[in-house]
Design a protein around this ligand. Structure first.
Ligand code: HEC
Length: 117
């Protein structure tokens, strides 16, 4: 009798090959920016797709889609804080360097909600 494990390995290997051939640079950059959101503790209040104390990255991206000033506005929010309509304010985080704030904001604006939400 053939091992039941064997057929499962074939598609897995194909998947690994597909992932390896995807644009490696973009993946590394995203991973680095995700690490920055941990370092500056954005993730205490924000999640990629779920609303926590602050709005999800996907919601922010949807709200600012098509706004040519989005990056400038949001870098300002990160550094100076904001109290909009929500129950909690976004604290000012002036310690985040401009380059890091810019990278994080670009990453936020590229975040998409999962299909079906
Ligand atoms: C203590 C909790 C907290 C932390 C830490 C925090 N945020 Fe926020 N953030 C919020 C809240 C709450 C809001 C919504 C504020 C409002 O109502 O205007 C918000 C809003 C935002 C917005 C959206 C502004 C808008 O106009 O829609 C961005 C972008 C953002 N945060 C980015 C960040 C980044 C990047 C970090 C880390 C460097 C961070 N936040 C850390 C709580 C937090």
């Amino acid at each position: 009798m053939a091992s039941p494990l064997r057929p499962a390995w074939v598609p897995l290997a194909a998947l690994a090959a597909a992932v390896a051939s995807a644009p490696a640079l973009a993946q590394t950059k995203d991973a680095n920016v995700a690490a920055l959101t941990e370092k500056y503790r954005c993730t205490i209040c924000h999640d990629a797709t779920e609303t926590k104390a602050g709005p999800s990255w996907a919601d922010i991206a949807a709200q600012y889609r098509g706004n040519p000033r989005a990056t400038a506005v949001l870098v300002g929010v990160v550094k100076k804080g904001q109290h909009g309509g929500g129950p909690w304010p976004m604290p000012p985080l002036p310690e985040v360097p401009d380059a890091d704030a810019m990278a994080i904001v670009r990453y936020i604006l590229a975040t998409k909600a999962p299909a079906g939400s």
